[in-house]
Design a protein around this ligand. Structure first.
Ligand code: PLP
Length: 360
């Protein structure tokens, strides 16, 4: 089956097979990773390796800490304002889709956020020019969602230190590790693992060290970056098995040649799919502006919308599943994360052409 789900999503076959072979007995430990003490030497090794691989993959500079947490990216919608500002601090949000809108709404409980740009009136089909964003000069941080999983818009460039104030914070849940990123431009990067790098249950946070230790007094201990940094992600029981799986995925991405290679493959896959949509003479349509189309989540509609149900059903029969668009936008969405093989895209495009030939 080719699984086009938005997350939890398809994982690399080699990783799943390796996990299967180690499921019952992990190396010389005499037990499964699921049974290990999180403070024992075997799990400590797994955690250290996962962190080390992520550092290598993203070329994380000195002065940043990596955390493996729980609670999903949704928990970070609260953790970010709680750690980075006081209740009276202004902060800026760019709202490019449902996820950045949710992040903004959560921040309203903990500080004074403003929406400095919203794509709502244009149905979230574009991204603002990062060089001309008008920011509040006193804003403690600027929050963006690097890739909107539901609407399929993705930043191709990020606001840089010359043209922004405060700290740049990014929700990278759905394009994490899909391409290289200059971590030094960010104060905080956070991502749920369940799209590109592992199963659900692990949330990765990369935080600049000078931003640690200023959490608001009301911050729950589980949301305080300082506590987690001081305890090396082991303040309480972490999502051990999920971290192990992320470590295997990081290793696999490194074996592929790192994120530059991964990006090349992702660009090629996305290009084939978008070309098929654009070349269909209007039978299929992607509402997103061309220069900000996501390499990860490709939303599209059928001109004859009454055929969408049939399209999804027939695709399922051909073993291409989870192509239904998010319930809030309808249509179709193909999520084509790192682990979606080129063969999956080729099969989908062939199916689309055949479907069009039968219904045009
Ligand atoms: N942000 C983005 C961009 C997402 O795609 C998602 C989930 O799909 C979330 C946040 C919420 O993540 P979680 O379900 O891990 O809380």
């Amino acid at each position: 089956v080719f699984n086009f789900a938005a997350g939890p999503a398809t994982l690399p076959e080699t990783v799943l097979r390796r996990a299967q072979s180690e499921l019952y007995l992990y190396e010389e430990s005499g037990m499964s990773v699921m049974e290990m003490s999180h403070r024992g030497k075997d799990f400590m090794f797994i955690l250290e390796k996962a962190e080390e691989h992520l550092h290598t993959l993203l070329e994380i500079p000195l002065g940043f800490s990596v955390l493996f947490l729980q609670g999903g990216a949704t928990t970070q919608f609260a953790a970010v304002p709680l750690n980075l500002c006081t209740p009276d601090d202004p902060v800026d949000y760019v709202v490019t889709g449902s996820w950045s809108d949710k992040a903004f709404k959560e921040a309203q409980k903990y500080c004074k956020p403003s929406v400095i740009w919203s794509g709502k009136s244009g149905k979230y089909t574009t991204i603002p020019d990062v060089r001309s964003l008008e920011q509040n000069p006193k804003a403690k941080y600027l929050h963006i969602c690097a890739n909107e999983t539901i609407h399929g818009v993705e930043y191709k460039d990020y606001p840089s230190p010359e043209n922004r104030d405060g700290v740049l914070v990014a929700d990278m849940s759905s394009n994490f590790c899909s391409k290289p990123v200059d971590v030094s431009r960010f104060g905080v990067i956070y991502a749920g693992a369940q799209k590109n790098v592992g199963p659900s249950g692990v949330t990765i946070v990369i935080v600049r060290d000078d931003l640690i230790g200023h959490a608001q007094g009301i911050t729950p201990v589980m949301l305080d970056y300082k506590i987690h940094v001081e305890n090396g992600s082991l303040y309480n029981t972490p999502p051990c098995y999920g971290i192990y799986m992320c470590g295997l995925v990081f290793e696999e991405l490194l074996e592929q040649g790192g994120l530059k290679e991964v990006e090349k493959k992702n660009k090629k896959k996305a290009e084939i799919l978008y070309n098929a949509i654009d070349g269909s003479k209007g039978f299929y349509k992607c509402p997103v502006e061309k220069d900000v189309r996501s390499l990860m989540n490709v939303p599209f509609t059928l001109e004859k919308s009454e055929l969408e149900g049939e399209f999804i059903k027939e695709a399922e029969k051909e073993n291409m599943v989870q192509l239904k668009g998010h319930r809030s936008v309808g249509g179709m969405r193909a999520s084509i994360y790192n682990a979606m093989p080129l063969a999956g895209i080729q099969k989908l495009v062939a199916f689309m052409e055949d479907f069009q030939a039968r219904h045009d």
